[in-house]
Ligand binder design. Structure first.
Ligand code: IMP
Ligand code: MG
Length: 165
């Protein structure tokens, strides 16, 4: 779907954009495990400002590949959220239910501002008003793998974004 060269080039642009926007902000960048870890590593390596990193995990109680809408978030208790400028980094936004729950939790814990950076956006299946503030690529309604995204824990290591036929 998206070649290694295109992904890397796009992430470099995002890193530069984020460096400008978060200059002097003491931003806390929170990656959503596991899918975001490869994107996040490249993203922060390309940045030219100091950043703080944290990770949370989100899991939905769904069978198969469709989100059920019930999301559980763990790892927030290890982070200091109150008063912070926060950027949440996700691999892909699909229905938006996961991200909606993450943003709700961060605001409840007193975040000053929460913005979203996603590598991929699949707007076709959106069920919420969530949209990424910073985005790599808009993608069609296919099941995607690679660059951190998995299919049943497989294919995260692929250096490009592919789709399951
Ligand atoms: P949402 O709550 O429906 O927005 O789903 C978000 C999560 O579902 C993402 O963080 C991914 O982990 C997973 N997901 C959604 N679409 C795909 C896909 O095409 N490939 C792999 N994982 C996906
Ligand atoms: Mg995910």
């Amino acid at each position: 779907m998206i070649s290694q060269r295109r992904v890397i080039r796009r992430i470099k642009n995002l890193s530069q954009q984020l460096s400008r926007e978060y200059q002097g902000c003491n931003v806390l960048i929170i990656g959503v495990l596991k899918g975001s870890f490869i994107f996040m590593a490249d993203l922060i390596r390309g940045m030219s400002i100091p950043v703080e990193c944290g990770f949370i995990q989100a899991s939905s109680y769904d069978r198969g590949t469709k989100s059920s809408g019930r999301v559980r978030i763990s790892g927030l208790e290890r982070l200091t959220i109150r008063g912070r400028e926060i950027l949440v980094v996700e691999d892909i936004i699909d229905t938006g239910l996961t991200m909606k729950e993450i943003v709700r939790n961060l605001k409840r814990r007193g975040a000053r501002r929460v913005k979203i950076c996603a590598l991929l956006d699949k707007p076709a299946r959106r069920k919420t008003d969530i949209h990424p503030d910073y985005l790599g690529f808009t993608v069609p309604d296919r099941f995607l793998v690679g660059f951190g995204l998995d299919w049943d824990e497989k294919y995260r290591e692929l250096p490009f974004v592919g789709y399951i036929k």
